[in-house]
Design a protein around this ligand. Structure first.
Ligand SMILES: C[S@@+](CC[C@H](N)C(=O)[O-])C[C@H]1O[C@@H](n2cnc3c(N)ncnc32)[C@H](O)[C@@H]1O
Length: 269
């Protein structure tokens, strides 16, 4: 068995996910408001729905939210919350987007798209999304803009949260040519065994995501530097990108074939 599978992160972290300092600090309300403003009239699908941090408040606004996830433990956390039971979840790899019907909004937040470990899988996911969007639908993705300065010769050890009773820190290796990050968050509580929360990400640059969209018949509609529609610029540490289907040409008459006039034959005298 491989030491890291799609379900590894969720299964390991589920019981503390919502309380993690960097999760609690997410702009959850702004994210929900933003998504509600572009959700359209049909169903909404979250890739990597997790504990329902976004999906539950979005559903509470009246949207029919569905989700995909590979970790039963994360989804069990969502089910235990008020309103979490009403959300339809299909289990499996969200890269396959195996769920029936079309959606006016498909979204994937908080770098979760990068958990698809290869470029092939990421392109295939875009292609599947294009098949599940309504004609006026939107695919929204939130991802980080890589900060190569975080790493010293391809590695980093950094404090996430420090108190007298507990420390949470990360140990990370960065393969710049593969754009791949292997990280383990380590939690040590006084008098208890250490707990490890591994996460692996194959990140893509915004321009690469735009290319994946083009390969899948989509195009960039807008890009922001945050969920409050901050402008995206050189200082942006994350991006919120919206993709839409490229409209098909209208069904008019087939274009006329070019007429090639043959030079008239000379009469023989
Ligand atoms: C960082 S959590 C985000 C949860 C939620 N979207 C949020 O923002 O709070 C990532 C979630 O994606 C799920 N996940 C990661 N890779 C996946 C995959 N390939 N297929 C399905 N779910 C996946 C994990 O199990 C986890 O629940």
């Amino acid at each position: 068995m491989a030491d890291y599978e799609p379900s590894t992160y969720g299964d390991k972290v589920a019981d503390i996910y919502d309380a993690l300092p960097y999760v609690a600090a997410r702009p959850t309300e702004a994210t929900v408001e933003f998504l509600a403003s572009i959700a359209g009239k049909r169903r909404v699908l979250e890739l990597g729905i997790g504990t329902g941090r976004i999906a539950i408040p979005l559903a509470a606004k009246g949207f029919k939210v569905c989700g995909l996830d590979v970790s039963e433990k994360m989804v069990a956390r969502m089910r235990a919350k008020p309103g979490g039971d009403a959300i339809l979840v299909e289990f499996g790899n969200f890269g396959d987007v195996k769920i029936g019907g079309k959606f006016s909004l498909i979204y994937v937040v908080f770098n979760t798209f990068f958990s698809l470990p290869t470029q092939d899988e990421q392109v295939r996911c875009f292609e599947r999304i294009a098949k599940h969007l309504t004609d006026d639908g939107v695919f929204a993705i939130e991802g980080f803009v890589p900060d190569l300065g975080r790493y010293d010769r391809g590695q980093r050890v950094g404090a996430i949260n420090v108190s007298a009773e507990r420390v949470l820190f990360e140990v990370t290796q960065h393969d710049v040519s593969a754009q791949y990050i292997r990280s383990v968050q380590v939690e040590i509580r006084d008098g208890e065994a250490a707990r490890l929360y591994p996460v692996q990400l194959k990140y893509a640059l915004p321009a690469e995501l735009d290319l994946m969209a083009r390969l899948s018949g989509m195009r960039l509609r807008a890009r922001y530097g945050g969920w409050n529609r901050e402008p995206f610029n050189l200082a942006s540490q994350l991006h919120v990108s919206l993709y839409e289907l490229v409209p098909k040409p209208p069904n008019g008459p087939p274009p006329k074939k070019p007429t090639s006039k043959r030079p008239s034959r000379r009469r023989r005298s």
